[in-house]
Design a protein around this ligand. Sequence first.
Ligand code: NAD
Length: 286
Amino acid sequence: MEMKKIGVVGAGTMGNGIAQVAAQIGCDVVMRDIEDAYVERGMKNIDRFLSKSVEKGKLEAAEKDAILGRITGTTDMSALKDADIVIEAVIENLDLKKSVFKELDELCPPETILASNTSSMSLTEIAAATSRPDRVCGMHFFNPVPLMRLVEIIRGFATSDETVAITSDLAKKMGKITVEVKKDSPGFIVNRIMIPHMIEAIKIVEEGIASIEDVDIAVKNGLNYPMGPFELMDLTGIDIAYFVAEYFYKELNKESKWVSPNLLKTMIRAGKLGRKTGGGWYDYSK
Ligand SMILES: NC(=O)c1ccc[n+]([C@@H]2O[C@H](COP(=O)([O-])OP(=O)(O)OC[C@H]3O[C@@H](n4cnc5c(N)ncnc54)[C@H](O)[C@@H]3O)[C@@H](O)[C@H]2O)c1
């Protein structure tokens, strides 16, 4: 199935990255957020990324203009109505995602695929808000989208083989490597592995065993990871780590290993969500 028009719901960290990679493969893209200011911020982020690519000699200036020209930012949901696929990237809240999918289901023709970039949540439950659960799946990109190679393709209970094949093919056209998550299970592969790692790192700091900086140094140099867990949380959003941990606790038998450390909750209450708020575990205000 040829993808000509791609809809993206949410122009935040992930939404604008997804819009960019979709436009880079020649598709027309409509990126929708709830306020003009958020749409503009998303468009600016794309412009900034592409401008750096031009400066580095990786992209022609004319190609940058062509990519930007294929992206339309809007607050109008109905602009997505003739998309071949819509990829949802609103915040990690199940009720919000379900209401977005219900609205998209009523708006888009039955053949449109509806994909979610959720980090952890049930595709079966999201799909149940629509009348086309066979054409709903997870398409989990990683941050920053234009640079990170992996996309997890996740099956809900009723996702068809055709939907998996089409979304996987689209991700590959975007230059990504795909893995198939065969069963709908919280956090899929990567976050199921990563969240315990983040929780332990916070507990080590909370218990006074080591500093934030030293935990990051230890993980980078002892495990050969490119980033430490605190640097990674600041990049991806401390709120996302918290929402995912809370979801795991609820969904994975309320096991104590998924309980959010107090320090994580304190960061959320203080509004210190990472780079996007100018500060998190580290300060980015300067
Ligand atoms: N940040 C990451 O590293 C990362 C990685 C992979 C997946 N995800 C997932 O991607 C999704 C988005 O995360 P993010 O980091 O981009 O969040 P974000 O907070 O940066 O952006 C979310 C955007 O959604 C918008 N929004 C809210 N309700 C909306 C609606 N009804 N219609 C359109 N837009 C709406 C918000 O205004 C905001 O601009 C979440 O499900 C998250 O779990 C995040």
